[in-house]
Design a protein around this ligand. Sequence first.
Ligand SMILES: Nc1ncnc2c1ncn2[C@@H]1O[C@H](COP(=O)(O)OP(=O)(O)O)[C@@H](O)[C@H]1O
Ligand SMILES: C=C(OP(=O)(O)O)C(=O)O
Ligand SMILES: [Mn+2]
Length: 539
Amino acid sequence: MRVNGLTSQDLAALGIHNTTEVVYNPDYDTLFQEETRPGLEGYARGILTQSGAIAVDTGIFTGRSPKDKYIVRDDTTRDTLWWNDVGNGKNDNQPLSQETWQALKDRCTQQLSGKRLFVIDAFCGANPDTRLSVRFVMEVAWQAHFVKNMFIRPTGEELATFKPDFVVMNAAQCTNPDWQEQGLHSENFIAFNLTERMQLIGGTWYGGEMKKGLFAIMNYLLPLKGIASMHCSANVGKAGDVAVFFGLSGTGKTTLSTDPDRQLIGDDEHGWDDDGVFNFEGGCYAKTINLSEQAEPEIYRAIRRDALLENVVVRADGTVDYADASKTENTRVSYPIEHIENIVQPVSKAGHAKKVIFLTADAFGVLPPVSRLTPAQTQYHFLSGFTAKLAGTERGVTQPTPTFSACFGAAFLTLHPTQYSDVLVKRMEAAGAQAYLVNTGWNGSGKRISLKDTRAIINAILAGELDDVETETLPVFNLQMPKTLTQVDDAMLDPRRSWESADAWQQAAQDLAQRFITNFEKYTDNDAGKALVQAGPQL
Ligand SMILES: Nc1ncnc2c1ncn2[C@@H]1O[C@H](COP(=O)(O)OP(=O)(O)O)[C@@H](O)[C@H]1O
Ligand SMILES: C=C(OP(=O)(O)O)C(=O)O
Ligand SMILES: [Mn+2]
């Protein structure tokens, strides 16, 4: 029997039986009806807001839960994956046994059996030769909406021949009572199996686990083929000049890449192959805390019908109070990329990147708003990935927390960090790309650097101003800071001037330098790593 383009054998093959109905690849209007259907309760319910966008609450999980993430350790992954219990780098890749995997899978298929289900088939990756065809199976309409927004929507023709090579079973409504005997962290789970090519989700409703989950899979598959896989946003100027913006959550990838003067390629996850930079996704996932039309007009206006708001506070008249962080600091909206006016069409890809920008949100106020990196500093800072985890994006993080997140996305790396830097360096060298370090965090007076100033700095980088300007060397870190830039106040370019005294900066700088040095020790067990030490801060 064929149910709306999907056979019940397709689901039975996954272990999901007695499906009462399949809503297969619903269009946006159907999703709208489904998520606002009378009778929906709790976190399944969507409410219509004045802009036409639907707002949902994602439950106790309003951010990712890295401690509940596991990957099956088997012949496929044993020798290739970056495990958290092998070697000397801490990470989030906790091994899972085949036996526990099977138990979790049984739990998910049991949860999903006998139900009315939503199935979304979509692509991860803009290039047909390297993309993943992903099938998402779930019970909750807005979760189907989320993945439809975030992944690449196939054409009718592509759907007709769609063969999934990865399956996500989202059983968010069930938890795992056996977690203690199984040696797991909690009753919630996000589990991956690279042999079966499957992700299982239980307990957390947060859609970001599907988005960032597939990113982790791309991070495994692409570098092994010599393709860079990057936690970055990307855009392209009128002259075809491509820029990529690396950064951990909340550092400004989405905000800064959404630029009316440049075509957006994507806001979060990209590959870089022989042809250039390409998006993995078909949508954007913007933070909405304190969002204003004046400061971020493109994002503000993207919030309309078909966009999906998460954990925002909706007033009685249907307007949204973006300043209200009472549910979480990590309020979000997902929208299809077409909601941004200036994008690369029809495929989210462009040429090789010439400018590589590392966004760091320095909570200490030590790093300059912008500096130009040497090739060795580029590698050093990419591997270090110093930034702050901002409130809300991970469970338990409630204030800016300094962290070293390798490749500015350690939580999503499935291979050792040097595998990403090796590929990036090769791609950058071949393209003649230059890297810059931009602090979108705080200065020495405890104030966050303004979005206006950061935008002016980014404009200066993209205009090539940083490449000819006279620079000054910041001691301890040996970073080359521009002395002047058009559109920004010269005084703000030197972080020491924002502190009450040069001594106070010096002390904070030495403390941060020591953290860099200690963190980098894990890379110094070989000559290549040892050689990079001199590119880092010196005490
Ligand atoms: N100087 C700044 N640079 C970039 N973003 C800033 C700055 N100051 C405040 N912000 C705010 O920080 C947030 C950055 O979030 P976002 O661009 O979504 O990050 P990411 O995409 O890297 O997760 C936005 O809410 C933005 O308004
Ligand atoms: C969705 C996330 O990413 P970002 O904030 O980088 O867009 C996340 O970290 O869960
Ligand atoms: Mn983002």
